[in-house]
Design a protein around this ligand. Sequence first.
Ligand code: IPM
Ligand code: MN
Length: 379
Amino acid sequence: MSKQSYRIVALPGDGIGPEVLGCALRVLQSVGELFAVGLEIEEIPCGGHYYAEHEMEWPEGSFEKCQAADAILLGAVGHEVAGKTVFTKPGKPYPEPQLAGFAQVIGNRKKLDLYANVRPVKLYPGVKHKIHGELVQVWHPENVDYVVIRENTEDAYTGETKAIEDGRMTPIRITRRATERVVRYAFNLARRRNKLKKVTCVDKSNIIGAHRFFRDIFRQVGESEFPDLALDYAYVDAFCQWQIRSPEWFDVVVAPNLVGDIVSDNGATTAGGLGLAVGGNIGDEHGMFEPIHGSAPKHAGKDKANPMAAILAMQMMLEWLATRHGDDRLARGAASVEAAVAAVLLEGKTLTYDLIGEGKAAKCSEVGTAVIEKLRITV
Ligand code: IPM
Ligand code: MN
């Protein structure tokens, strides 16, 4: 059912997080106005800087607010104090209890049961990437368009680690329940996309027994419930080169947590880099959306970081809310934001340094404004 108003929790976090999320929230406000959708946005301070000051991850009651929200938007977490990383993303070895940031990222993923991490690898027309320092477009947009579905609650992310005689041991846990639901998510997505009608299972099952189990479940669910789809298999090491060399082979990719973490960053290389890469953490009851880049402390406060990933994360949130609540206004809003982003990218004028080089670079806030202008024209 469409709602009068949607409650959004925004977690700006550290470093460039507040800047890029700020742009995404401005675009969101415009969507609210243009499509007459009520939005109650609550920003909650969190991340490494908050931890450094308060010795807690975020204010009391924040998790409950995330739980009660219709959707969560995350910026980035990771902060340094006197050369010591309080938390950075990618972070220090997990888990170290004194590190902050896991409440927002790992904590929310697990506690809200956000079992599928949906990471599109999609190249927009006009977008260039850095190859040995040069900005070039070597891939054709129509050839780079697949989605990585990363299992988001287990594998090497259990948080368990124990001392052994000459080191430490960290388990890899794969369960039937978590695997069945994430592979079903991937198969259903391949049906909806109706593109190659193929799902590729990427793992290291030639070596890791638990990954063999993941692959077996993938096969069982695929063969019994999705006979209309082709099942495809790849070991992660080989996949890493295929996804760069022949991205057109892929449509939907499903992987255990750590494998999905790595191949989604790797895939971002072929789609304009991390400045454009987005992740939706999705469960049956909750959703949290984030740019997959980190807090980039060295760029913080300079108004120079690329806000497109945060804007596209917000766009994915709108799409998810639209489907979940059958809200056509949000569906049109999501489509318009994507069109506005694509238009700014294609025009190639108001872009940050990572996409057009330092000399011609626009500011983070200017890119946000350019997207809003396109949005107002296209609606
Ligand atoms: C990501 C990040 C996180 C992860 C870190 C910050 C714990 O790399 O969202 O991809 O490993 O999942
Ligand atoms: Mn990652």
